[in-house]
Design a protein around this ligand. Structure first.
Ligand code: B1M
Length: 232
């Protein structure tokens, strides 16, 4: 995939559409933000719709990145660079997508729980979810239950995502879920949880809909749960 790195003076605008899209997959894989911005602009200039650029060039490229991340071929720094490159393209497309009324496939509020300042994993999840076409409202780190409730009230998400990296902070996820139950709101949302010290058993015990081992699983789970919700 990275063989193209040597080719610094490749003029993207000379490539036919299919080769340019393939090149963008490689550039996304290699975390080349400027090239992704340029490729995105070229495709739009050729009359591609924003959603086609998003799906065929960016989301497909991130799908490939996600597979190699899950399989241990790519590592965190590389994936952060890919995600950053994708964000470069997304920044151009986001206003155009809003303009054409293309609906995101779902909305997620996500945040790291109270007492916990780890955010690398959560950021990856946010970016991969955005890459898969979800709208993501990222609350950042160290969120007390009030922050989640405010965001739910304001953004009316389909999914509530929580991240925790410490054994001392992961129980706080239950505080948030119990609060939703107390307020009779629990069934209004798909609750997904993740973070290195968690496991499926913990997810079940606290009443989440699913524990997500990594960002790729978070995307897959969100897509499945959204489809189930729509079907119901
Ligand atoms: Co901290 N830290 N840390 N740390 N840190 C851990 C978690 C630790 C396991 C290290 C260790 O001792 N081996 C340990 C926890 C031990 C425990 O609880 N049993 C630990 C500790 C002790 C601490 C401090 C207490 C240290 C201290 O101050 N004495 C302190 C706590 C601060 C606090 O939060 N209050 C602390 C601080 C820090 C730094 C600030 C230095 C830094 C964080 C920087 C940042 O995030 N901006 C840091 C780091 C980097 C780590 C390690 C080394 C790496 C975490 C990471 O980013 N992993 C970590 C060791 C480890 O985990 N092996 C460690 C990469 C990331 C991509 O993976 O976050 O697991 P991860 O995310 C994955 C999945 O888990 C999942 O998808 C992600 C992508 O695939 N996922 C979700 C995560 N969130 C999700 C949410 C979802 C779905 C999936 O929602 C739907």
């Amino acid at each position: 995939m990275s063989d193209e790195n040597f080719d610094d003076d490749l003029d993207l605008s000379t490539l036919p559409d299919d080769e340019l899209v393939e090149q963008m997959h490689d550039d996304l894989y290699d975390g080349l933000r400027e090239e992704i911005v340029e490729g995105t602009n070229i495709l739009l200039g050729r009359g591609w719709s924003a959603s086609k650029v998003l799906d065929d060039a960016l989301v497909e490229g991130m799908r490939i990145v996600g597979i190699d991340f899950r399989d241990g071929i790519l590592f965190v720094p590389e994936v952060l660079m890919s995600a950053n490159a994708m964000k470069g393209g997304m920044e151009i497309l986001r206003p155009l997508l809003a303009e054409t009324g293309a609906e995101p496939i779902g909305k997620m509020v996500i945040g790291t729980v109270k007492g916990d300042i780890h955010d690398i994993g959560k950021n990856l999840v946010s970016m991969m979810m955005e890459g898969a076409g979800f709208e993501v409202i990222d609350l950042g780190i160290d969120n007390p239950v009030e922050n989640y409730l405010e965001a739910i009230e304001e953004h009316k998400p389909d999914i509530l995502g929580m991240s925790a990296l410490l054994t001392t902070t992961m129980p706080y996820m239950k505080v948030v879920i119990d609060t939703l139950v107390e307020k009779g709101m629990r069934e209004d949302f798909i609750v997904l949880v993740g973070g290195a010290p968690l496991n499926e058993e913990f997810g079940e015990a606290i009443g989440a809909d699913a524990y997500c081992r990594d960002a790729a699983v978070a995307v897959e789970t969100a897509q499945t749960k959204m489809a189930e919700k729509r079907a119901a």
